[in-house]
Design a protein around this ligand. Sequence first.
Ligand code: HEC
Ligand code: HEC
Ligand code: HEC
Ligand code: HEC
Length: 378
Amino acid sequence: MKNNMIKIMLCIGLPLALIACSDKQESSGSPVANPNMGKTLASKNCVACHGLDGRGVTSDIPHLAAQAEVYLVASLKAYKEGKRTHAALRDMAAKMSNADIRNVAAYFAGLPPVKNPVKTESQDIHEKGKAASTACASCHGEDGNSVTQGIPSLAGQQPEYFISAVKSYLDGSRKFASKEKQAMVSALNQVDIESMALYFASQQPAQRKTPAVGNAAAGEPLSADCGACHGASGISSDSKIPTLAGQDAQYLVDAIKAYQDESRQQEAMHKTLAGSSLSDIQHVAAFYSIQSSRPAEEKTFSAKELADKCERCHAPGMENPMMIFPKIRGQNREYLIKALKSYRDNQRGSSPMHKMSLPYNEAVIESIATWYANQPAN
Ligand code: HEC
Ligand code: HEC
Ligand code: HEC
Ligand code: HEC
């Protein structure tokens, strides 16, 4: 008796993710879950959203079929205790006794896994980015290597800089080169933009034609003022700051003039270059344009490679005495996306998941979620 009390107190006090409690309760004689009673409850209260077969009726509602029983118990308790927030679930879980929770969890956990409809949509960021970038090739060239004077190459460029540049066209702070481009860029969504950013970043920048303007040797000493931000010989190592190496010289001249007259607004650039003469600008542009460049990112990871990081906890059969690992293969895609964003944005407690998802942008999250949704459920 005394032992049981201690166990129960421990269970209440310990974080949710501890697997030990429910196991030990079972073995120390607390009531065994009754899946038939769970089914009765499910057919009354859960069927509208999770089906009696445990299939989420829309893609943003999780499948419960064949989910780990301990995880189902833990998540219902998390709703009940307000650690996970979802209005409908919180109200429902609040009305459920611990026995109800055990029963309904046993019912759903005992069902065979459901199959997701096969998706044909690409799950890889590289393919997505490449597909979206074909629209830009008429000006920015194959793989982002422009051959037109005055038009920047995008190949090898830093990804966050690329994203902020695209945003600056969309918010009107930079002017679109043409109506055609405006229509193209406005049609892109966040995932397209991020996929393109990572795709272009991983492309090998080709050497541009020898500049018609300026004198590279005269530009070299002037570049001393730029290296702190743009990197030695113009290869930036900061994802927010553009690489200048190998860029078209005429474009560099135009861009610097735009900071001077503040049609492009960036204080550091305005201050650094406010007093430069046109010939200095041409020299420094010539210097950077002949520097050899390299991709800002080595490669764009495939969905499978991204998911590899998750497999050490989420691969079938993984166990850890300190954590409950939910099954995520074959889970609904929109639900996975939502769950990963809520960990990332710290709206759903779980420190290992927060750490995992913190650096993930929407393109990466979608790619991994699509991969897992397309795997057969285990
Ligand atoms: C109105 C629709 C609705 C009903 C009814 C409903 N659910 Fe849910 N359920 C959801 C949604 C949406 C989520 C995802 C919520 C979130 O993001 O936290 C969810 C999540 C869950 C989860 C967490 C799953 C996971 O993978 O983390 C469990 C467990 C669950 N529901 C069990 C139940 C049970 C048991 C019932 C019946 C007693 C029920 N739900 C009734 C919509 C519903
Ligand atoms: C009609 C030709 C044209 C097309 C098509 C075009 N661009 Fe551009 N783009 C330009 C020109 C010219 C510039 C440089 C002038 C400026 O600053 O806007 C530029 C600049 C950019 C820059 C800024 C680069 C930097 O280093 O700051 C980005 C980012 C960009 N384009 C993205 C795109 C994307 C993405 C597409 C396709 C969806 C696209 N462009 C299609 C002509 C074009
Ligand atoms: C304090 C940091 C800093 C210094 C120093 C600096 N830059 Fe920049 N530069 C930036 C940032 C940040 C941007 C991106 C601004 C934006 O988003 O428009 C930028 C953008 C540029 C661009 C536009 C590139 C493109 O693809 O459109 C050029 C060209 C440039 N810098 C040249 C120079 C030169 C030449 C020098 C030295 C004379 C210099 N910068 C010094 C921070 C700096
Ligand atoms: C160190 C172990 C660990 C790693 C690595 C890990 N996870 Fe998790 N994951 C967990 C734990 C523990 C939970 C349960 C947390 C909770 O109860 O909210 C979880 C929960 C989840 C959920 C919620 C499932 C549901 O039904 O609501 C998703 C989705 C998920 N992880 C996806 C991922 C993805 C994608 C990766 C790789 C980027 C990843 N995880 C890496 C341990 C891990």
